[in-house]
Design a protein around this ligand. Structure first.
Ligand code: ADP
Length: 477
């Protein structure tokens, strides 16, 4: 397939600025260079911000119906190009092609959702103190939004931010991750094709620290939406203090996967595989700690080990596989260190193993007997490692599950409705998968609490992130 959507250029004010002296982008499965994107200067970033500000003045005045129609056309265009977009995701990120296609459809589903939600930006009227008073509340777009996105879902993480912002009437400057910029730039090509006015969508590439600092300090930017590590999220928050920006931060997780005594073992195993090994374990909602009631523990350990042994690891762009490579050496080294630490503290590997050499292909691994003293208990593993721990009572399960500073997603398996309610409410997380390992969908609010961040993406709540309230007090004279 010819990949004409791979664009080696940044999008500023409707113009494509080609890469000279660019940043190379490589296929993690082969190390082969796919192309380059520009290392933009700060002057270029300022140009992009200014273009978004200028475009905002007219974009904010478009009717909800107009924005809805453009987003609907964008949705159709993404679907019409889904095979090519999926190939780009696999080439730059390494995930299996079927997962890449699912990601592209997931991106499209947000664009469709927000195309429809843009028509439901409702306000309020409030009874006044006198008959001559009318009190109104209306919602307005916040302004220019900066978006910084990660490499693990290079299409979807940007698509869901863009769609919400555009639906609200905001304009944007986006900076994708340096290892996976082509999926984001391809969305820019398609958005232009369907007719978004120039300057409404700008996509820049270059040095992340420099661009992040420029976004945070720019008085022209009203909001930053970031998905990535808790470390960078905190940095952006502190850098934004000077300009008091609105922030949405979707940060790290440390998801517990709790299997109660009355759970369906088969369903729990299915959910465990789905929540753990997608994208080679590199998702923020990946299960990080499997907590299994002691009565089911031996069967769960056996079942998961058998399933993990069947997983096929390889290069997604040439063969049918379950797990691709990890994104880079730093990611592999982290998994290696966590496994060395755990095994030194008494944990046992049942299948898989500690990564050796410098390959980015890591064997999916099942580990038992890791304790809360092991680093992986409190660290987002972000790799294909499943660590399983038994528990005896519901109280103990909740204590173990909540024993983390993160609060993004948790999973719970039980067939009792009483336990389902009580334990879901006791889990200190922004999202709970109850008898499912697959929770992400466009109509639901995705996001976390505690060190997992602020704000929600998706659902009707996702639109509010890009809107501000205006109260109008009208005296009838
Ligand atoms: P990871 O460790 O998974 O790569 P990061 O938080 O480092 O997660 O990266 C997520 C996004 O944040 C990427 O687009 C990356 O370029 C960007 N980023 C990294 N460091 C900074 C920074 N200092 N300021 C702004 N953005 C940054």
């Amino acid at each position: 397939m010819k990949l004409e959507l791979i664009k080696q250029a940044a999008l500023i004010n409707g113009e494509w600025l080609p890469a000279q002296e660019g940043i190379p982008v490589c296929n993690p499965a082969t190390g082969q260079e796919l192309g380059q994107v520009p290392a933009l200067s700060s002057a270029h970033i300022h140009d992009a911000i200014k273009a978004a500000k200028k475009a905002f003045l007219s974009w904010r005045k478009t009717s909800a119906l107009e924005r809805s129609k453009l987003l609907e056309a964008f949705y159709q265009e993404i679907l019409s190009n889904e095979a090519q977009l999926a190939s780009i995701v696999t080439l730059e990120n390494g995930k299996p092609l079927n997962e890449a296609l699912a990601e592209v459809r997931y991106t499209a589903s947000f664009v469709q959702w927000f195309s429809q939600e843009s028509r439901r930006i409702y306000g309020d009227t409030i009874p006044g103190n006198r008959s001559s008073q009318r009190l109104l509340v209306q919602k307005e777009p916040v302004g220019v939004c900066a978006m910084i996105t990660p490499w693990n879902f290079p299409s979807a993480m940007l698509g869901r931010k863009m769609a919400a912002a555009l639906a609200a009437g905001c304009t944007l400057v986006a900076k994708p991750a340096e290892s996976t910029p082509f999926s984001a730039l391809a969305l820019g090509v398609l958005a232009q094709r369907v007719g978004f006015p120039k300057g409404v969508i700008n996509i820049v590439t270059g040095d992340p620290q420099e661009i992040g600092a420029l976004f945070c300090s720019s008085p022209l930017i009203s909001k930053i939406s970031f998905t990535g590590s808790t470390r960078v999220g905190r940095l952006l928050m502190s850098q934004s203090a000077g300009t008091l920006k609105r922030l949405s931060l979707e940060l790290g997780g440390n998801a517990p996967f709790v299997v109660c005594a009355d759970a369906s073992l088969e369903a729990a195993l299915d959910g465990a595989m789905a929540s753990k090994f997608r994208n080679c374990g590199q998702t923020c909602i990946a299960s990080n700690r499997f907590l299994v009631h002691s009565s089911l523990y031996p069967a769960f350990v056996k079942g998961l080990t058998e399933r993990v042994e069947k997983l096929r690891v390889g290069a997604g762009h040439v063969e049918d596989i379950d797990l691709g490579p990890m994104i880079n050496q730093a990611a592999v080294q982290k998994v290696k260190e966590l496994l060395l630490d755990a095994t030194q503290k008494g944990a046992r590997i049942l299948t898989g193993g500690i990564p050796q050499g410098d390959s980015l292909f890591v064997k999916p691994t099942v580990l038992v007997d890791a304790t809360a003293q092991c680093k992986l208990w409190n660290t987002e593993i972000f790799g294909p490692v499943a660590s399983i721990t038994p528990f005896d009572t519901d109280e103990e399960a909740i204590l173990l599950a909540n024993d983390t500073s993160y609060g993004l997603a948790a999973y719970l398996y039980t067939q009792s409705s009483k336990r389902a309610w009580e334990l879901s409410e006791a889990l200190a997380y922004g999202m709970v998968g109850l008898n499912t390992g697959r929770i992400s969908t466009a109509q639901a609010p995705f996001g976390g609490i505690k060190q997992s961040g602020l704000g929600r993406e998706g659902g009707r709540y996702g639109l509010d992130e890009y809107l501000q309230l205006k109260y109008i007090c009208h005296e009838l004279i």
